[in-house]
Ligand binder design. Structure first.
Ligand code: CTP
Ligand code: MG
Length: 218
């Protein structure tokens, strides 16, 4: 498989995390009165908020829901066209990165991932993406960077590292071997996500700002 196919595939596979990371803007519109902050409004010993009012339970819940629905939609969309990209919904016989490597398909073939498992997998990736965002805010506050101010590159990469952790932790939910092969079968996948995400993130935020969905362009 040419390298750029692997790179494009990485971006596609990470869509549940990208959607989760963008979802707080939408969950804020859907549930404007559910503003309970994760840190309960507490301050750290340094006098700064533990996380700040920008990190809400609503955001976490919306991220999990957004990630789950995205994975489910992707699995059904891929079925029949890109069978290797369907989160194992149609079964699994060797992997999305099966570029001629000999595999004992029979040994690898395993039961298809049920739709609920695909949803839970996406929800785990989405939830962890936003947990990463909150963990970032914890350190951002400790460094004295105020809520909503930019903190490059951590604002852009927090959800990549944790989204991948979510894929790792939730991999047993999917048909055997699928997630590990898809996300960690090729070094280029992780590198692509780390290198391209900050630019994509900035682009999406500028568009969101222009559409008046976001207050600030970062
Ligand atoms: N948001 C939320 N809950 C979350 C994450 C985000 O409600 N867990 C909402 C908040 O309204 C937040 C907005 O989405 O202000 C933008 O998210 P983000 O840029 O991550 O938060 P910031 O306000 O910039 O806070 P921080 O400086 O801590 O990153
Ligand atoms: Mg921000």
């Amino acid at each position: 498989m040419p390298w750029w196919t692997t790179a494009l595939q990485a971006l596609w596979l990470f869509l549940p995390a990208y959607v989760a990371n963008m979802s707080p803007v939408f969950s804020a519109k859907l549930a404007p009165r559910w503003t309970a902050p994760i840190d309960g409004g507490r301050l750290g010993r340094d006098g700064h908020p533990v996380l700040g009012p920008g990190k809400t339970w609503r955001g976490l819940a919306g991220g999990a829901l957004g990630g789950g629905l995205t994975a489910l939609a992707m699995a059904f969309a891929a079925g029949g066209i890109f069978e290797d990209h369907d989160f194992g919904l149609g079964g699994y016989d060797g992997g999305p990165l099966d570029d001629g490597r000999e595999r004992a398909a029979a040994a690898h073939a395993s039961a298809a991932s049920p739709a609920w498992a695909v949803f839970l997998f996406g929800a785990a990736v989405g939830l962890l993406a936003l947990v990463g965002d909150a963990v970032k805010s914890y350190f951002k506050r400790r460094r004295g960077v105020a809520r909503g101010r930019p903190w490059v590159p951590f604002d852009q990469l927090d959800f990549v590292v944790f989204g991948l952790l979510g894929a790792l932790l939730a991999s047993p939910l999917l048909t055997r071997g699928w997630a590990l092969e898809a996300y960690f079968g090729h070094w280029l996948t992780v590198v692509t996500l780390l290198v391209l995400t900050p630019g994509l993130h900035l682009l999406v935020n500028i568009i969101g700002h222009r559409l008046r969905l976001k207050d600030v362009p970062w």
